[in-house]
Ligand binder design. Structure first.
Ligand code: SAJ
Length: 416
């Protein structure tokens, strides 16, 4: 089989390399010359464990090449970003998907399979992608097989999850679904679940929405418990001992390019009906402000001035700051002239980030933990010795051990 992948980002690149590792001839396409040059110099442009070694292997055996334009192939995979539009409901911006489609249309031949892996709004395959291919003269399910196969891998574990996760294969017709399954059989060891394109679209979106709604519930629990003088973290621990309860964990908000983006694709398609989904987005979006207000109250107790922000990424042990509530909190604090705000994050290589932990903590009145990096778990009272006011507000509940010298605050004891 020959495969042409359009989009060589967090999903397209590992997917292309995985196919190449399993004997497929892969042409990877991206609009960025920097990305193409980097890959042809055998250097990955994103952080993902195991990916660099895999690239070296597939370049050495001649199974992978990167270039700016598509070419003829048996199968085409579209794995380009789908951001939110800046409109009222933050609907799905399909422009990268449609432009990728335009680029492959001149190279399509009868018998080809076209797969969209990008996360898309429900009904996109039926209402936008299929009509464009028909307009180009193809009969779907006879000339061209059209499939939505959403990506569902977790950054940091992509190389493992690509092989072992189940995959939803949603064809426009049954014949399309069968062709899609044949493609992924190349390396997927999880189940290949066959369905319709629109079911696949909605399933993918609901997976992330399920998580977003549950995190909103946990965040609301934290707020209500603080109001009522109850330890929210203990409540979660207790309630989760019930065999059918799985409360999620409160935090500084929800970030990343999936949970903070995808639910809007559903809301925008059914704004009057998608009520819980919409409210959950609002609750999660309210958390940065809640954290800032809480931090200000804690500082006011001791007339504190310096805040040390620990962690800017959207979650622990990654370098990704896209849609990160931690960045939002940092920026909100920065606008307040009363404070000196220092950011410390061993995973983020940006100029304004303090690299020296001691400097970051020196004279500080509050450590505000916003990402659950492993590095923060290892901190002891000694590290906090040079602080002016020794208090830590740990929104991610990462610190497991602390002494009485440090006033340690989390969502479990904030009300005290
Ligand atoms: N978070 C909480 N409380 C929790 C769990 C998470 O506040 O109890 C926050 C995190 O700190 C982070 C955000 O939620 O800010 C999202 O993190 P995550 O680990 O839940 O998910 P992502 O965005 O890294 O990846 C998700 C995954 N989806 C699901 O688990 C249903 C992944 O499998 C998808 O492939 C990915 O979205 C995607 O690309 O859609």
């Amino acid at each position: 089989m020959k495969l042409c992948t359009v989009g060589l980002g967090y999903i397209g690149l590992p997917t292309s390399i995985m196919f190449a590792k399993h004997g497929v001839d892969v042409v990877g396409v991206d609009v960025s010359e920097r990305v193409i040059d980097s890959l042809n110099n055998v250097k990955i442009h994103i952080e993902e464990p195991g990916l660099q070694e895999a690239l070296e292997e597939v370049v050495a055996n001649g199974k992978f090449k990167a270039q700016l334009n598509p070419e003829k192939a048996d199968t085409f995979i579209i794995a380009v970003p789908t951001p939110n539009h800046e409109d009222e409901y933050r609907s799905c911006d399909l422009s990268f998907v449609l432009s990728a489609l335009e680029n492959i249309i001149p190279h399509l031949e009868k018998g080809n399979t076209v797969i969209v892996e990008s996360t898309i709004a429900p009904r996109t395959m039926d209402d936008s992608v299929k009509p464009r291919l028909e307009e180009a003269g193809f009969t779907i399910g006879e000339d061209i097989y059209l499939v939505h196969c959403p990506e569902r891998v977790l950054p940091g574990q992509i190389m493992h999850e690509l092989i072992y996760n189940n995959r939803i294969i949603g064809g426009i017709t049954d014949a399309c679904t069968e062709k899609g399954a044949e493609v992924y059989e190349t390396f997927v060891k999880g189940e290949l679940i066959k369905t319709e394109a629109k079911t696949a679209e909605m399933s993918k979106l609901m997976e992330n929405t399920f998580r977003d709604v549950n995190i909103a519930l946990a965040n609301e629990l934290a707020k209500v418990s603080n109001e009522l003088g109850i330890n929210a973290l203990e409540v979660i621990e207790m309630a989760n001992k019930h065999p059918r309860v799985n409360l999620h964990t409160p935090g500084p908000g929800v970030g990343g390019h999936c949970l903070a983006v995808d639910p809007y694709f559903i809301i925008a398609k059914a704004p009057e009906t998608a009520k819980i989904i919409n409210l959950s987005r609002q609750i999660n979006n309210s958390m940065p402000e809640y954290v800032v207000e809480t931090a200000e109250k804690l500082l006011a107790k001791n007339n504190g001035k310096k805040i040390t922000v620990f962690g800017l990424t959207y979650k622990g042990n990654v370098d990704d700051i896209r849609e990160s509530p931690a960045m939002e909190i940092y920026e909100m604090l920065k606008t307040k002239p009363a404070y000196e705000v220092v950011a410390y994050d061993p995973h983020v290589k940006l100029d304004f980030v303090e690299k020296d932990l001691e400097k970051a903590l020196n004279g500080s009145d509050l450590v505000l933990i916003l990402s659950d990096h492993n590095e923060f778990k290892a901190l002891t009272s000694e590290h906090y010795a040079k602080m002016n006011t020794k208090q830590v507000f740990d929104t991610k509940n990462v610190v497991k051990e602390h002494t009485d010298e440090v006033n340690y605050i989390n969502y479990g004891n904030l009300y005290k």
